[in-house]
Design a protein around this ligand. Structure first.
Ligand code: FES
Length: 110
């Protein structure tokens, strides 16, 4: 199973993700209150993470389209709702409900 290391607002955590699981769900199920305001539909970008280490696969057209509208993001920015856990990775979580003071949003589908 892929090993995920995540830098979060409460420190760095590490866990084994279910093979092929969406990264946003793997993070949430391992205690990270990551935002996913559009429900995992590549529209809100609140679920974004920075990929520190690892191959998370190519971007799909929806992810590429929405991220291209945001000019001020780091080049290693990706949407965790569009990434499947297939390989080991290290990521930095950008938005968390407890920090933003808002509800995380509808849980994305598996
Ligand atoms: S872009 Fe909205 S949850 Fe991923």
């Amino acid at each position: 199973m892929p090993q995920v290391i995540a830098e979060t607002a409460i420190g760095t955590i590490s866990f084994e993700a279910e093979q092929g699981k969406k990264l946003v769900l793997a993070l949430e199920d391992n205690g990270v209150d990551i935002l996913h305001r559009c429900g995992g539909n590549a529209r809100c970008t609140t679920c974004r993470v920075e990929i520190v280490v690892g191959d998370v696969g190519a971007m799909g057209p929806d992810e590429e389209a929405i991220l291209s509208t945001k000019g001020d993001l780091a080049p290693n920015t990706r949407l965790s709702c569009q990434i499947r856990c297939e390989n080991d990775m290290e990521v930095k979580v950008i938005n968390q409900a407890s920090v933003a003071g808002i509800d995380a949003g509808t849980r994305p589908q598996d």
